[in-house]
Design a protein around this ligand. Structure first.
Ligand SMILES: NC(=O)c1ccc[n+]([C@@H]2O[C@H](COP(=O)([O-])OP(=O)(O)OC[C@H]3O[C@@H](n4cnc5c(N)ncnc54)[C@H](O)[C@@H]3O)[C@@H](O)[C@H]2O)c1
Length: 353
């Protein structure tokens, strides 16, 4: 009997719904092509519309329900009318933290054929993978709001960097760099953040001793963002904290074809819990419902999901189909210079598969 792979689909809000539908189209097609692949998709209506009806972003028992799946495929959450910190904390961060998806993998690769943002950098010089710490650090959620509404009003936002959390993400990045024979760059800010980032740097230094074969570099975040723009070929594998990773990967998206091409995987490496795969863009209320959203990031995230689930060959085939499709910008969505519509892009990928 063919093994059934259970995928929980949370399309979410805005263009999330439109782009995920193209990704699922591609996955359904793979199922038809390969008798060894059998997906079972179950859809969950969670997100801001659900919040407006129920006062909650997800059902009360959502985490118990999701636990039984092999993977989660997420569109995007957030919509005007629901405060962003609620949509983020009550859905996305709840899943990332609750399922200990402590690794966030974001490929930043300027595919051949995609128009470059940096006119002086050739396409093959932008090809890196950012490993972002995904459950603690600056986004731990600890802090205080003191003397609210008084002239002494004071807020504390506490970054939390545990030995376990810091070491495991750094080690993961070293393993990846070793496996792929690439350099590893740590991005931090030890000069100003005199506890958290001094600690980060010392753990990086410590773990590096176990990997003498991996060439390393360390940059302060301010220098790193400059080099992302002026000399991105310096970066191959990058490891950084939750906040810095959030920021540099959007910058990475900007230099590698835009938000419509940027995918991210939230991984629980021990496979104790399902991992989650998503385009990194938001729900884009400004273009929602117009059929102009670029679904290639969602398709790329589907490729990351298949890689994680052990279907490496199909993961590579999807990526190579994306690489072929971007050679034809006129057929793509307006953000890539074309006049295509979202609902046709999945079919284009399928043609190349
Ligand atoms: N992972 C997530 O679910 C996630 C991530 C970021 C933002 N958000 C939420 O999304 C909402 C909108 O946030 P925002 O406007 O800052 O970011 P956004 O990523 O939704 O949009 C930023 C810009 O990029 C464009 N864009 C984004 N994805 C695109 C695509 N696939 N194709 C073509 N153009 C695309 C949008 O039209 C917009 O101009 C907010 O509520 C925010 O909290 C959610």
């Amino acid at each position: 009997m063919r093994k059934v792979t259970k995928i929980a689909v949370i399309p979410g809000d805005g263009i999330g719904v439109e782009v995920i539908s193209e990704g699922v189209k591609v996955l359904n097609h793979i199922e038809k092509l390969d008798p060894d692949v059998n997906f079972h998709f179950e859809y969950f209506p969670w997100g801001c519309e659900f919040y407006n009806k129920t006062g909650k972003m997800m059902d009360e028992n959502a985490m118990d329900v999701l636990k039984s799946f092999d993977a989660i495929y997420l569109g995007a959450v957030g919509f005007p009318g629901v405060p962003d910190h609620i949509s983020l904390w009550d859905l996305l961060l709840r899943i990332r933290k609750g399922f200990n998806q402590y690794i966030n993998v974001r490929p930043i690769k300027l595919l051949e054929g995609v128009k470059e943002t940096l006119a002086y950098v050739p396409n093959d010089e932008i090809d890196m993978t950012v490993i972002r710490e995904n459950v603690e650090g600056e986004y731990f959620g600890a802090g205080e709001w003191l003397f609210k509404g008084t002239d002494k009003e004071t807020v504390l936002q506490t970054g939390v960097f545990t030995r376990e959390g810091t070491e495991r993400v750094i080690r993961y990045a070293f393993e990846l760099a070793k496996e792929q024979n690439k350099t590893l760059t740590s991005i931090s800010k030890g000069n100003a953040l005199n506890y958290s980032m001094v600690f980060w740097d010392s753990v990086f230094e410590e773990v590096s001793k176990e990997y003498p074969e991996v060439r390393t570099q360390s940059y302060l975040i301010d220098a790193a963002v400059m080099y992302f723009v002026t000399d991105p070929k310096r970066f191959e594998i990058v490891v950084t904290s939750n906040l810095f990773g959030d920021i540099v990967t959007d910058l990475g998206a900007g230099i590698a074809g835009g938000m419509g091409l940027a995918a991210g995987a939230n991984i629980n490496p021990e496979k104790e819990f399902p991992s989650m795969f998503e385009p990194i863009h938001g729900s884009a209320p400004d273009i929602a419902g117009q059929g102009t959203a670029n679904p290639l990031a969602a398709v790329w995230a589907a490729s990351q999901m298949l890689e994680h689930l052990g279907y490496e060959e199909w993961a590579l085939k999807i990526l190579s189909a994306v690489e072929s499709v971007v050679q034809k910008p006129e057929l793509l969505t307006p953000d890539m210079g074309g006049s295509g519509v979202t609902g046709d892009i999945g079919n284009l990928i399928i043609e190349y598969l």
